[in-house]
Design a protein around this ligand. Structure first.
Ligand SMILES: [Ca+2]
Length: 215
């Protein structure tokens, strides 16, 4: 293969990859456009016009679950659009957000990664939001050691390269389903981030590039 054919093949494969999913490092859902930004599910997702972490005029996503067994019983929401795709290629290995537990009980929040083959990997350790928490920063690692496979048998590598949806939910113990609980939670500034080690590597690379050159 000559050089130009090789370049064409590489460009072609990256176009094919980008048509599958849209997840991008650094993307952030702040809900300021007044929409749900693709966050869906049966827990009555709403865009609330004010009262987010930055106060007046800061919009956020609010979920309300009835707590009974069945549809809409779990404080949860999923996204099939900008949170689907190839996390490995995009360099996304974590999710951060602001969360506010308006409920009278603690909520155990986890992120769940679904693959296109039906696999589910959930946070090994939840972020526990106490009842009436106020706005808190929440950080979820998507590194293999920080996730538990609760459905399917595909590899971690396959799942992260073929994400069908990202789900955020209350889940007391890791499992394929969430935990039924009457409750309400606010979520804002959901961001795709690299793992801390990658951040450190990027900072080091930047420092190296900024270093004066010897002549
Ligand atoms: Ca906001």
């Amino acid at each position: 293969m000559n050089r130009w054919r090789l370049i064409a093949a590489v460009v072609g494969s990256s176009v094919a990859a980008s048509s599958f999913g849209q997840v991008m490092l650094g993307q952030i859902d702040d809900f300021q456009d007044g929409t749900l930004q693709g966050w869906a599910g049966a827990a009555n997702p709403e865009n609330v016009a004010t009262g987010g972490p930055a106060g007046a005029g800061d919009r956020y996503l609010r979920l309300t679950a009835h707590g009974n067994i069945g549809i809409g019983g779990v404080p949860a929401s999923f996204n099939l659009t900008q949170w689907a795709g190839d996390y490995s290629a995009a360099g996304v290995s974590g999710v951060t957000a602001h969360m506010n537990n308006f409920s009278s009980v603690d909520l155990h929040m986890r992120v769940v990664v679904f693959s296109t083959s039906g696999d589910r990997w959930t946070s090994a350790t939840p972020v526990i939001l106490p009842a009436g928490s106020g706005w808190q920063s929440a950080s979820f690692s998507l590194a293999q050691g920080d996730l538990v496979q609760v459905l399917g048998s595909s590899t971690y590598e396959f799942t992260m390269a073929n994400v069908e949806r990202l789900l955020i939910r209350h889940e007391v113990n890791p499992g394929p389903g969430g935990t039924f609980q009457a409750g309400q939670i606010g979520i804002d500034n959901i961001q795709a981030v690299p793992e801390p080690a990658s951040l450190a590597a990027m900072a080091l690379a930047c420092a190296f590039l900024r270093r004066p050159r010897r002549v």
